[in-house]
Design a protein around this ligand. Structure first.
Ligand code: GCV
Length: 662
């Protein structure tokens, strides 16, 4: 049997060798003992058959398929499996049976089988069974219709250009299959800051254009969603008000949903940012968050749509002189009293940390606190504060800690996933760059997001090792050295960027590179309040009281500087520079040491990378080498600016007498 030919052209055009934009779906030429037939039941989606056909050729070469072969790969639907789940098992006759609970399940099953085989894991006797822990696994794009991407570091938008929907079909197909291969099942294609022309994406004229994107993603089991402006009725159709209790606004949204679903029958829903960072919203109209969210939820409900309602709401016009306001407290204070008031198709979307995607933050106390409201965990794959995809930064390592963070009653966040937290969103790190992510190794972050969204208990080590094998093949040297280099990169960046949970010492304009007081006297609510004696914010019960938002056992741990995790020390405590850490060093000496070490670690990474030169494809080697050199410059800049800042602030020299600029 020979399935449809649609992807054939792509494979031939790109050749059999490494190409950065194949990402983790590279041709690999593994050895396979005997040829196979491909059989499938009638209800299996064509794309699963296609992907299986092409994927096996990609891994084992053209000769893997032979219609006369004795053994087969058979694809089938098995309704007894959990939703979207799959099983790939030996059929006892030299072949493999891939069963999926439903259409998506078979697609995921095929990709899982291919992953196992490409990683060189056992085929005969294999029995891989899995179903997603979290039902909704979403990518959030911050793309604008003018083609730019807010916090994008990998080129322009894949979807938009010059004010409208504009895309290369082949590229979107490639993207959809990459996402499906890691289990993503929904995508928001535009920025949460819906401004100017972006507001028109839900206009009568633009919905059919957006629907063309939805048509491509649908084939891979991915539903499309849009970010919308809460005041759309006013902005698009000149209604007098967007008030969620106003009948005209209510019926406007109902009509709008009818219109959208006519073109996109499986439309996933709306992502909404309100009442924050210069956005209007229900609060500005004297209404509650629940009233605002429910209006949209009721318009979407008849069609099975969802509202992802963001909780990233705080006063961004704060007076820095006023130390009684503490920004991280805002979301919990606003949303916790409204628990239970939201409709069942509303998901409160909460960033992992209470501040804003810093290198080191505690988990948001709102995660798991809403007992009667569904939540969505928002992670940031794009490296806004974590190196702009110039510096290497393993987000898998960070997310592993996020999932392990205690969430009360002896449970970790991973225990709440799929249960209280029914959805997970990742802010995309991709653009039109040939390798999708600017930094080739940043592909590992997108890969890890999907794999951890599917199963938050997977380890960072496992998914990183997997990505390396799938991307660069089974070369022993690379398999041994590269995962470790990637996994350690988060700690390396933290050393020169944000030791002890300091955060916010970045350039305000773009969030790359040091500016120790850049945010200090602004209105953003992001202060470290360094003086010549002490640094950090006291967020304990004696200070701003932020610790009280956590369960009693966690609050107790955070309250005391001796039990608070050291990497979060300055997030929760204001301490003198002479404070002694567990290592016996003073806090100040630790800051000096970390910054010197950060640079040395980057130098070591460069050395390690050089040793891999013969084992890494040329294009990838060259582009990563270039970025590592830029990272070294950045690390040196951080070291010298931050160490000098603290030396000037305290007058205390580095006890190891290294170079600091007086
Ligand atoms: C999309 C931070 C970022 C903004 C982002 C915002 C948000 O403030 O710097 O670029 O806006 O978070 O998540 O809404």
């Amino acid at each position: 049997m020979r399935p449809r030919q649609r992807r054939e052209a792509f494979i031939i055009e790109c050749g059999a060798n490494y190409k950065e934009h194949f990402a983790w779906l590279q041709p690999c030429g593994n050895a396979f003992p005997h040829p196979l037939r491909l059989v499938s039941s009638a209800d299996v989606p064509a794309i699963a058959i296609d992907e299986c056909w092409e994927g096996m050729k990609r891994i084992f070469g053209e000769n893997i398929w032979n219609n006369e072969a004795a053994s087969a790969i058979s694809l089938e639907i098995d309704g007894s499996l959990s939703r979207e789940g799959y099983r790939a098992a030996s059929d006892g006759a030299g072949g493999i049976r891939v069963s999926g609970a439903d259409a998506s399940g078979v697609i995921y099953g095929v990709f899982a089988l291919l992953r196992e085989l490409a990683c060189g894991r056992c085929f005969y006797g294999a029995n891989v069974e899995s179903s997603p822990k979290v039902p909704l696994r979403i990518i959030n794009h911050w793309d604008r219709t003018d083609g730019t991407i807010e916090r994008g570091y990998a080129g322009d938008s894949l979807f938009f250009k010059d004010g409208g929907v504009s895309f290369d079909v082949a590229r979107i197909v490639e993207y959809a299959r990459l996402l499906a291969s890691i289990g993503i099942n929904a995508i928001v294609v535009n920025n949460v800051n819906v401004n100017g022309n972006d507001i028109r994406l839900i206009s009568k004229e633009m919905i059919p254009e957006v629907a063309k994107l939805a048509d491509i993603f649908r084939v891979y089991g991915i539903r499309l969603a849009l970010s919308v402006h809460f005041e759309s009725p006013v902005m698009l159709d000149c209604l007098p008000s967007a008030d969620p209790l106003d009948e005209n606004a209510i019926s406007w949204w109902k009509r709008k949903c009818e219109e959208i679903y006519r073109f996109i029958p499986d439309f996933a829903g709306f992502l909404v940012k309100v009442d924050s960072e210069f956005r209007g919203g229900p609060q500005a109209l004297g209404r509650s968050q629940a009233e605002g969210a429910n209006m949209l939820a009721r318009a979407l409900q008849p069609f099975g749509g969802i509202v992802w309602w963001r909780c990233f709401i705080y006063n961004n016009l704060q007076d820095w002189r006023d130390s009684s306001i503490d920004r991280p407290k805002a979301p919990y204070e606003l949303f916790k009293p409204q628990d239970g008031l939201f409709d069942s198709n509303v998901m409160l979307q909460v960033k992992n940390g209470p501040s804003d995607f810093q290198v080191r933050e505690p988990n948001s106390p709102l995660l798991g606190a809403m007992k009667h409201t569904k939540e969505c965990l928002e992670l940031q794959i794009t490296q806004e504060y974590t190196g702009h995809q110039i510096d290497l930064y393993s987000l898998a390592s960070q997310w592993e800690e996020v999932f392990a963070f205690p969430s009360g009653s002896g449970r970790a966040l991973s225990d709440l996933m799929g249960d209280e937290i029914a959805s997970i969103a990742g802010v995309a790190n991709v653009g039109l760059d040939d390798n999708w992510t600017g930094h080739t190794l940043a592909q590992a972050n997108l890969y890890a997001f999907g794999r951890l969204a599917w199963n938050p208990r997977l380890s960072a080590k496992d998914v990183t090792e997997e990505w390396v094998k799938l991307t660069f093949g089974l070369d022993k040297k690379v398999n041994e050295a590269l995962p470790d280099m990637i996994l350690r990169s988060r700690k390396v960046y933290e050393k020169y960027n944000s030791p002890l949970g300091l955060g916010w010492m970045v350039n305000v304009a773009h969030h790359y590179g040091p500016s120790p007081e850049g945010y200090e006297f602004t209105k953003w609510g992001t202060y470290h309040r360094a003086s010549c004696k002490a640094i950090g914010i006291d967020r304990t019960a004696k200070g701003t009281g932020f610790t009280r938002q956590y369960s009693a056992e966690i609050a107790r741990m955070l309250e005391d500087a001796r039990t608070c995790p050291e990497e979060l020390l300055l997030y929760f405590h204001r301490l003198p520079y002479s404070f002694e850490l567990k290592s016996g060093e003073t806090l100040l000496q630790h800051i000096y040491d970390a910054h010197f070490e950060g640079v040395e670690d980057v130098e070591a990474m460069i050395e390690l990378w050089r040793r891999l030169e013969k084992h890494i494809p040329k294009t990838a080697f060259a582009s990563v080498s270039k970025r590592l050199e830029m990272q070294l410059e950045n690390a040196k800049e951080w070291r010298d600016v931050i160490n000098t800042y603290f030396f000037r602030m305290t007058g205390i020299p580095d006890k190891r007498r290294r170079k600091i600029y007086p």
